[in-house]
Design a binder for this molecule. Structure first.
Ligand SMILES: [Zn+2]
Length: 358
């Protein structure tokens, strides 16, 4: 059947169901539950929706499937499901079937992601409760493994396909085309509280927090020997920006030939200076400088590192050379300025004079 034929076929089915329902309501013996049409699929174990039952003619509620706590928020309240109105077109719920992964000792986001052939970002996409700090990944944590790269999005009342597509900067047709989302022609109705998989979307990347200090006092507070000036200079001589700051990329990428000198953006203490593999592979060779005033700067994808942890550096001092290590598609430097762990826009402190090379 074509989509249109299927629609009219269903509509006639609905009218019959609706007619029957109205008679039952009139007799005062009928109470609606969250049930919709009989062809609805049964939710999988990790769905946030209670299982959909066939239309009930008795006043007993259908108990929701027991889903392991802590996996996803479980909606036990049937009143959250849309009220079936006999005049409306009932919508299929998404029917996802996800694998689960229990984090084992020594596993990092990228090791787990590689096992399933997905990106590390998709671990965040399927488990929005997960900390983006890669060191926080707990052994024994149960992760939902999405079958494709993307984000699991819980639909909220008032959202539309278009608003969700815009939120994740993907096309609505990609969301429709993902079959387990069960979005049906012609209305593509969304069910509040149900989970849509948004293929190709991302809610962020794992990041790595460098040790705060190499020396602490009795109270555990860092004892810095030098402090930043509070001003920041460009870390390389180039000003050609290939990627700007945004929520998905809280840094700037500056294009530079392999082996260009990298300078300390401000005075501080080196807290990290090595390949970030085990903790955060994306950065490649990484230098982190703590400026002792709540600020840190990150210099990533380096070809070589000329400083060691604990070393103090002054603003403008040569610390390494640019490269293409880690998740990088060409020689450039990925530069972050963190203000008390918040990754701020470096351009607001570096000033102008740059070109848009994106
Ligand atoms: Zn970058």
């Amino acid at each position: 059947m074509s989509n249109e034929q299927r629609f009219w076929h269903r509509l006639s089915g609905h009218l019959i169901l609706a007619g029957g329902a109205l008679i039952l309501i009139a007799l005062g013996q009928f109470q609606w539950h969250d049930a919709t049409e009989t062809e609805l699929v049964v939710s999988t174990a990790v769905s946030t929706q209670p299982p959909v039952a066939e239309v009930q003619t008795e006043a007993t509620a259908v108990p929701p499937t027991q889903v392991p706590q802590g996996v996803l928020p479980v909606i036990n309240d049937n009143s959250l499901a849309p009220l079936p109105n006999p005049r409306t077109y009932h919508t299929k719920l998404p029917a996802h079937n996800f694998q689960m992964h229990e984090v084992a000792e020594g596993e990092t986001p990228n090791i787990i992601a590689d096992k399933y052939g997905i990106s590390a970002d998709t671990l965040l996409g399927g488990n929005s409760w997960l900390s983006q700090e890669s060191n926080q990944l707990q052994v024994g944590a149960q992760l939902i493994i999405l079958p494709v790269d993307g984000v699991l999005h819980e639909v909220r009342a008032g959202e539309t396909l278009e608003s969700i597509a815009e939120l994740y900067r993907v096309s609505a047709s990609d969301i429709i085309a993902y079959e387990p989302n069960n979005l049906e022609f012609p209305f593509y109705r969304l069910v509040p509280e149900s989970d849509l998989l948004i293929p190709g979307a991302s809610i962020g990347q794992f990041f790595f927090t460098a040790p705060k200090s190499v020396a602490t006092n009795a109270a555990g507070q860092p004892q810095w020997k030098v402090f930043g000036t509070g001003t920041y200079i460009w870390p390389i001589n180039g000003r050609c920006l290939t990627q700007f700051y945004n929520g998905f990329h809280p840094a700037i990428d500056i294009s530079a030939g392999e082996g260009s000198p990298v300078y300390a953006s401000d005075t501080g203490t080196v807290t990290y200076a090595s390949f970030a593999s085990g903790t955060y592979y994306d950065y490649g060779n990484l230098i982190v400088i703590n400026h002792g005033n709540g600020f840190e700067t990150f210099y990533a994808h380096l070809s070589s590192i000329g400083v060691f942890p604990g070393q103090t550096v002054t603003q403008g001092e040569l610390i390494g050379f640019t490269g293409n290590t880690g998740r990088s598609s060409g020689p450039h430097i990925h530069f972050e300025i963190r203000d008390n762990d918040f990754r701020s826009n470096p351009l607001s402190r570096l000033g102008g004079g740059y070109q848009d090379c994106s």
